[in-house]
Design a binder for this molecule. Structure first.
Ligand SMILES: [Zn+2]
Length: 154
């Protein structure tokens, strides 16, 4: 892979082979001695983002709310599953105590419990997605902005 860099003297774009990394050479345009960089200047990716995370946070470019929505969704899922287990346990418990003519309703309750839990999780999921999509748009726009800023202009 070739190394592309700009002459610090005249700004001429220079492309040389990788074996020239760190060596001196004459600029083909201005003939001044230049040192070939070891690599093309890398775009700041993870590091640049991490160092600016605080300012992102302070300027509301990174938001806490989506994290809270995610946490609430996880809590909703856990509560739904716990509720389902509890409902089945109570139905089975009542099934043994209930008089014969009432037994069917408790069987139905036990059977319905997983469906109710699934419904609760789906509702929570849709609600969370509707709330989170606004923040996702914001984050995506911020990322696009970062990309545009970090792309060197030719
Ligand atoms: Zn030059």
């Amino acid at each position: 892979m070739a190394i592309r860099f700009q002459c610090p003297e005249c700004g001429q774009s220079i492309s040389v082979g990788e074996h020239m990394a760190g060596h001196r050479g004459a600029c083909p345009n201005c003939r001044k001695q230049v040192i070939v960089p070891s690599q093309a200047p890398a775009r700041p990716q993870g590091d640049g983002r991490r160092s600016s995370s605080l300012s992102d946070w302070l300027t509301f470019r990174r938001m806490v709310t989506p994290k809270i929505i995610q946490a609430l969704f996880v809590i909703c899922v856990i509560l739904s599953i716990l509720g389902m287990v509890l409902m089945i346990a109570m139905s089975v418990y009542d099934l043994y105590k209930a008089p014969r003519e009432d037994k069917l309703s408790f069987v139905l309750m036990a059977v319905a419990a997983p469906f109710l839990a699934a419904l609760a999780i789906m509702v929570a999921r849709i609600y969370a997605e509707v709330l989170i999509v606004v923040f996702r748009i914001n984050e995506t726009l911020s990322d696009v902005l970062d990309e545009l800023k970090s792309t060197p202009r030719q």
